[in-house]
Ligand binder design. Sequence first.
Ligand code: FE2
Length: 425
Amino acid sequence: MANLLIKNCLMADGQSSDILIKNGIIKDISKNISATDTPKIDANHHFVTPPFVDSHFHMDATLSYGLPRVNESGTLLEGIALWGELKPKLTVDAIKDRARRFCKWAIARGTLAIRSHVDVSGDNLLGVEALIDIREEMKEFIDIQLVAFPQDGLLRANCLENLVSALDMGVDVVGGIPHFERTMADGAESIKILCEIAEKRGLLVDLHCDETDDPISRHVETLAYETLRLGLNGRVAGSHLTSMHSFDNYYFTKLISLLVEADLHIIANPLINITIQGRQDAYPKRRGLTRIPEQINAGLKVAFGHDCVMDPWYPLGSHDMLEVAHMALHCCHLTGVEQMRSCYESVTTKAAEILHLEKYGIYPGAKGDLVILQCKDPIEALRLKPARLFVIRKGKIISSTPPVEYKLFMGEKIEKEDLLFKNSS
Ligand code: FE2
């Protein structure tokens, strides 16, 4: 819990302010704050934002790319098969080493909260053990929320007992994968079982749901129905929801009002689903993302997750949440000004609301978690994916990156240009 005065912050409304953090909490936001006894930095009129929040990730698999081999087809199913080949070789220490390294990448890019699914299928809970340790080890620097995820199917792999054990061990959220169960009926049954567990234990729900191009994969409807039946409104998220891209339009107009009634949260994973979906299509190939603009217009909370970084499903990624939002913006035609702002919120404030993070944001009384970006506003952040000049956790600087400066050798003088920035200063 540290004290810090940040001078000359450019806030989201375009105004300049100073921010004073005392004992890890934002104490004051106003002009010309002086606090002589407090360490001070200068934001130099750069944009100050709440930290990025990744609402969907798999930390047990991250940075395992190439182990034991790469996914040549690029499909979801080969990825799942590959993960099945790797799992028997995993150790708690190896998972922790990769997860620890990954957390450092995320923090350096300004992400200070991650919801990670952890596989509970198979004959052990090594991933759960490892990530519970990492959650504790890293809590000074980053908030990690864990989801008990039956990757091979709750009923198909008979892993209900493991899922319950994982929750008993302290995993935070109930997960599932209804579209991977053997039948639509089993998928629906798995949703009922999982939502009832969450209701009894007072937990949040986040299911991988309809991550397929099948236009009649409609588990999201059951998920919303069970949410309403059990009074879980606002506590349930559907992740991926890619089959919605291919739903019949008439059915979608009926469905969306049910999603609103249940206050179902949406978590899209644009980097992964733009590469995984549409693999069996001839041209034209579907983009495979859920119907994000329509969901936003209906007033649903929509967040974006990174999902994977260098693992059996995705060979790339550096865990930059601005890349995630940038991809969603392009794939879903979200180029209007308010739409672009909304994309930024999907990797910050809306994601924080879906994770039920407390005291998140920039206001007196909020946690002193902030990121100073080398840009002027959220839209410029999306355009440039700029340097994270300072990453601040509870008033303490935990990462810094020097400002990017371009030198041109084109005439007699060396010119220094903020080539990329619209308001050079
Ligand atoms: Fe996922």
